[in-house]
Design a protein around this ligand. Structure first.
Ligand code: GLP
Length: 259
């Protein structure tokens, strides 16, 4: 694993956006793995801004989202889908001209959840796998919806997510989702799916991620710390700002840090 260190969150995100653009220019039919969340969504906006100023043919590019919420099956649920799809469309797909055949995300309300997860894994295989996997990391070092304890060998699957969602974060569009409609589930790429990415680029900014970074990079490789699996990937460069790096600075081998 290598590390790229930045003074600020903004510089860090913008370097990731530049890497994503460089990948798309190099591999015009390639696939970029993306995450939603406060760390990586601004990166989608930065990619879109760079593209608007310097347009190129992105019609062959695939994007693959790490996860998607599943519409609750609770009998009192109001029936409106919870989905991250509109945000992806607005921030990225519509700008780059990525159509529904190339902007991949599991269906949020399929008849058969498990079959949809299997189908997602197959889709990723069919498009030739992910060339560049950009990854947000949860404060407990989770990847996608793969929470601590998720077996490393799992492929795309259904995961209960209520453990990680607070009332504030369960938001579909602008409306609150009542916790009483839980438990909530999502479809997520599995750890083994992430690890098949040919290049992995985790991104962490802010001191609230410092413990996750420290445990994932300096601790043992263990399913209790999902991101620790990245130590085993042959082509992983972790992008972070100094605040996220506060637990590892002075404690890692200096040769891990690349300019
Ligand atoms: C969420 C998402 C992940 C995301 C992670 C980090 O649970 N399921 O895909 O990468 O948590 O989110 P944030 O960047 O907001 O901390």
């Amino acid at each position: 694993m290598k590390i790229r260190l930045f003074e600020s969150a903004d510089e860090c995100r913008s370097a990731v956006a530049m890497q994503a653009i460089a990948y798309m220019l190099r591999e015009p039919n390639g696939a970029v793995g993306l995450c939603t969340g406060s760390t990586t969504e601004p990166i989608h906006g930065m990619i879109a801004d760079i593209y608007k100023k310097n347009p190129f043919d992105a019609s062959g590019i695939h994007t693959v989202n790490a996860d998607e919420f599943l519409t609750p099956k609770h009998p009192d649920y109001d029936g409106i889908d919870i989905t991250m799809r509109p945000g992806m469309y607005k921030n990225l797909w519509s700008v780059l001209g990525i159509d529904e055949n190339h902007g991949h995300m599991p269906d949020c309300n399929p008849a058969d959840w498990e079959a949809e997860a299997d189908k997602y894994e197959k889709t990723i295989r069919d498009i030739g796998g992910i060339g560049l996997q950009i990854l947000g990391i949860g404060p407990d070092a989770h990847l996608g919806f793969c929470l601590p304890g998720t077996p490393f060998g799992l492929k795309s699957h259904v995961e209960q997510i209520s453990k990680e969602l607070t009332e504030d974060s369960i938001v579909g569009g602008s409306r609150k989702i009542d916790p009483k409609w839980g438990p909530f589930y999502g479809i997520t790429m599995g750890i083994s799916t992430f690890m098949k990415g040919r290049q992995i680029m985790p991104v962490t900014v802010g001191s609230h991620k410092a413990e996750a970074v420290q445990n994932a990079i300096l601790g043992p490789v263990t399913e209790a710390v999902p991101a620790s699996v990245l130590q085993l990937h042959p082509n992983c460069v972790w992008y972070m700002d100094k605040a996220a790096a506060e637990g590892i600075l002075g404690r890692i081998d200096e040769s891990m840090i690349i300019k």
